[in-house]
Every structure is written in C-alpha cells, then in structure tokens.
Design a protein around this ligand. Structure first.
Ligand code: FE
Ligand code: FE
Length: 171
C-alpha cells in the first residue's frame, strides 16, 4: 500500500495520478458551486460563481480530452486536499448569519479553491511538457487560464465590494 493508494513509479504515473486528482476535484467543485450560488447575496459574486460553474463543467470535458490524448482511460482519484478545503469553507459558512459577512467568507473559500487548482494545473503543465506532451499542456493551460482569471476577479470583487459591505456590519 503506497501513500497515494496507487502504484506510482514514474513521472508519467505521477502525471496520470495528478490528472485523476484534478478530475475528481473539478467534480467536487461543480457539485459545490450551486450551493455557493444559493448562499451568495452580492449579485456580482453570484454571477461570478454561475459563470465559473459553466467553466468548471467544461474543464471536466477538457480533462477528458487530455486523458484521451495521453492514451489513458479517464478516472478519478479521491483528493483529500480539495475535500478539506470544501469542508472547511462549509463549516465556516454554516456558522455565519450575516449575509454580507457570508459573502466575504464565500469569496475567500472560492479563492482557496482557485489557488489549489492553480497549483495543480501549474504542476501538471510542467510535467506534461517534461513528458513531451505539449498537446496535453496546451489543453491544461486553458483550464489554468480560467482559474487564474476567476481568482483575479474574486480578488477585485472582494476588495472593491464584498469585504467593504461585510466590514459595515456590526454585531
Ligand atoms: Fe476548475
Ligand atoms: Fe476554478
């Protein structure tokens, strides 16, 4: 029994393991975003989550393309890291009654997810290139660009509106 619950011997094995990890994570994120949309009050935050839900669903399709290009069957490997981020965000959200403070927490939780994804895709792209799979790297780079854009949008929205609104709330 190995650390990852899978036999990983080569960089290629590690790359495929990483693909399965992010493929799992994207599904968890796609299942969580509808709940975040429901909880969000700020219309721009909601719209941002709605847009990223559509992007996330398409990112799963792109990952299926990468699996095909690499000649392996698409599959998922449980990722305790994304499970933990989502669990922590849910636990915090459950403890917040004020709508504006909840928005600030949702934006933060979403950014934790994006940073996780940026780390995953950044590394997968580097490994794909190392393995001579520039075709896979190019597709993964499309997902990375969406994660980065989402993260930047969340930063702008949080700093320009959401945090300010939350800061105006008094106990
Ligand atoms: Fe994603
Ligand atoms: Fe994302």
């Amino acid at each position: 029994m190995s650390l990852f619950g899978a036999d990983i011997h080569t960089l290629d094995d590690l790359f495929v393991h990483g693909l399965k990890t992010i493929y799992y994570a994207e599904r968890q994120i796609a299942e969580t975003l509808p709940k975040m949309i429901e909880m969000a009050t700020n219309p721009e935050l909601r719209a941002g989550f709605e847009q990223h839900l559509r992007e996330t669903e398409n990112q799963r399709v792109r990952l299926e393309q990468v699996f095909r290009q690499h000649g392996v069957e698409a599959g998922e490997t449980t990722c305790p890291a994304i499970d933990g981020i989502i669990k922590a965000a849910n636990a915090t959200a459950a403890d917040i009654d004020d709508k504006q403070v909840l928005d600030a927490a949702l934006a933060f939780g979403a950014q934790m997810v994006e940073h996780y994804e940026i780390a995953q895709y950044g590394t997968l792209i580097a490994w794909a290139r190392e393995l001579g799979r520039n075709d896979c790297a190019a597709v993964l780079d499309e997902n990375l660009a969406e994660e980065k854009a989402t993260d930047e949008k969340l930063t702008q929205l949080a700093e320009a509106r959401v945090n300010r609104a939350a800061g105006l709330q008094t106990a």
